[in-house]
Design a protein around this ligand. Sequence first.
Ligand code: AMP
Length: 216
Amino acid sequence: MKLVLLGPPGAGKGTQAVKIAEKYQIPHISTGDIFRANVKQGTPLGVKAKAYMDKGELVPDELVVALVEDRLGQPDCKDGFLLDGFPRTVFQAEKLDAYLKGRNDALTAVIDLRVDESELMDRMIGRRVCRVCGAPYHITNMPPKQEGVCDLCGGEVYQRADDTEETVKNRFAVYKEQTMPLVDYYERSGALMPVPGSGGPEKVFETIVADLSAKR
Ligand code: AMP
């Protein structure tokens, strides 16, 4: 299972990624999580990435591609992986294809989560996440049992700095301009697997599992 999870900000990529990675026992590689960890630790990569992330802009391709290639080269990715938040540009997708081709390999599927734009804004503004384990929450749709405390690990549940209204608007604009072209790109390659992203996380997950088993 070599998978990419595609979809606009707020489509539920993080929520589905956790479930998919667990079901198929593959590493969940979120470039956003990797950048956030680097920002937190104050690494040189984190310092560079933060300036772009705070504005809702994309981190330059060359930084992201090097990071992902390094991660995919690790032994736990040999039999499968789930990329979440990568690729985000056609350039990144081409680099990923070239990397896999060089290993006689290819993607199994590109899961494209589709959600109406009107629903996305509400999801994003209400979104919260655990600072420690990254578990996703929503203030009204999926709150933690105790306010501000992660159900899974007891860590602090907070609002990401880039989930404020202004940054979210910019992230949508960036998605439309730079990431939407990937839908055509993967449609042409035959890997695209569109999945309706509404109706609750369980229903979406069932659809993904059913569609993947049909594809294998
Ligand atoms: P995410 O958690 O996937 O929404 O990513 C948060 C932020 O990290 C994005 O708004 C970008 O600034 C940066 N980022 C994550 N993945 C990528 C990527 N593949 N290419 C460029 N920037 C990225």
